[in-house]
Design a protein around this ligand. Structure first.
Ligand code: NDP
Length: 339
């Protein structure tokens, strides 16, 4: 068995060289209360970079990652041994596992783990994307924080990504006008021609995004901005918000790799326009996980939501899959499938 670790703390853009794959010692016979899972899919997520920094930028919320040690991560797998009544061999689970072949966990109320129903008819990988934390993030962020109403104008950044692609589609289902931005023309094409966005653009073609939003995409202003990116994208969106607009502050990925990139919003504008900027954390909505993913599952079955996934092969591809998030090489939910 093997696991992926960071060689050292990671600052700036991550690269494959920051990681190593190491041999793991697995306890094949779980002790009382423990469950052993063979991992089938592993998620790579932008927030993990903040945990890899020397002084974890997210120290308020999640634990730092220690060089050389295993890294917990969301995933899906099959129970291969259990000394816990709730789980039996052959059960398929999704929840917090790790960047490793096998994960030993001890179920408790604080551990996010769900047993999937045998009747589950959607692909297992969806439990890492639309039916996992990305789905919960998009749903909670748009509906609970953004509170969209039909006819409102919604702007989404990193909009072809795992969270963004769902936010845009959910906003369309709420009757909104939706524009997304992303970093390649292929992503723009996906949003406009497959995901049903009203419009989309490549932010690399719009160096003055503040003017571009006003001129081409939101001449009547933005009611909801779902921010995945931060930096000047957030500044540009804020400058184009309507009175009583809402900003769902989900992530600021451009700032994860470059702290000098921090947004400098015009707060006077925020005051005059009575804008609500609310940061949120998907985990805050954990008790509604089943409710949210139940709705999303129905939308997928009805063909109302497309799930975009970008799957790499094998544990050795975890480092490149993770680095891809920051070079924009992924389209949709990036994950790794184990043999
Ligand atoms: P994505 O699938 O969106 O992948 C990341 C994407 O971000 C890349 O594909 C790239 O797309 C874009 N990106 C990377 N670097 C930059 C940059 N410097 N400037 C602009 N865009 C960049 O990831 P997720 O959907 O998993 O996550 C999206 C955001 O949501 C992240 O900020 C993440 O931290 C946050 N998040 C927050 C949660 C919460 O609870 N608040 C939970 C889950 C995620 P492009 O080609 O468009 O540049």
């Amino acid at each position: 068995s093997r696991y992926v670790a960071v060689r050292h703390h990671v600052e700036g853009l991550p690269s494959e060289d920051d990681f190593e794959v190491k041999a793991a010692r697995v306890r094949w016979s779980p002790e009382s209360g423990e469950v052993l899972v063979r991992n089938l899919y592993l998620s790579v997520d932008p927030y993990q970079l903040n945990r890899m920094k020397r002084r974890s930028a997210s120290h308020l919320a999640v634990d730092g990652i220690v060089p050389g040690e295993r890294i917990d991560a969301y995933g899906a797998g099959e129970v291969v041994a259990s000394a816990c009544e709730e789980y039996k061999e052959g059960d398929v689970v999704a929840g917090v596992l790790g960047w490793e072949d096998y994960t030993l966990f001890r179920p408790s109320p604080g551990v996010l783990m769900s047993k999937l129903a045998a009747s589950d008819d959607l692909p297992l990988s969806h439990h890492l994307s639309a039916l996992g934390t990305s789905g919960m993030t998009a749903y909670a962020g748009l509906y609970e924080v953004g509170r969209p109403e039909a006819g409102e104008k919604v702007f989404v950044s990193a909009a072809s990504g795992s969270v963004g692609s769902l936010v845009g589609q959910f906003a369309k289902l709420a009757g909104c006008y939706v524009v997304g931005c992303a970093g390649t023309n292929a992503k723009v094409d996906l949003m406009k021609n497959k995901l049903g966005f009203d419009d989309a653009f490549n932010y690399k073609d719009e160096p003055d995004m503040k003017s571009a939003l006003k001129r081409s995409y939101f001449p009547d202003g933005i009611d909801i901005y779902f921010d995945n990116v931060g930096g000047e994208t957030l500044e540009a969106a804020l400058a184009n918000m309507n009175t009583y607009g809402r900003v769902a502050l989900c992530g600021v990925i451009s700032e994860y790799t470059d702290a000098s990139h921090r947004a400098v919003p015009d707060l006077l504008e925020v005051i005059y326009k009575r804008i609500t900027i609310r940061g949120f954390f998907a985990w805050d909505f954990l008790r509604r996980f089943a409710e949210f993913t139940g709705v999303i599952g129905d939308w997928i079955r009805q063909g109302k939501v497309h799930v975009i996934e970008d799957i790499s092969d094998g544990l050795d591809s975890v480092p490149s899959a993770f680095a891809a998030l920051f070079s924009g090489d992924n389209i949709g939910k990036k994950m790794v499938k184990l043999a």
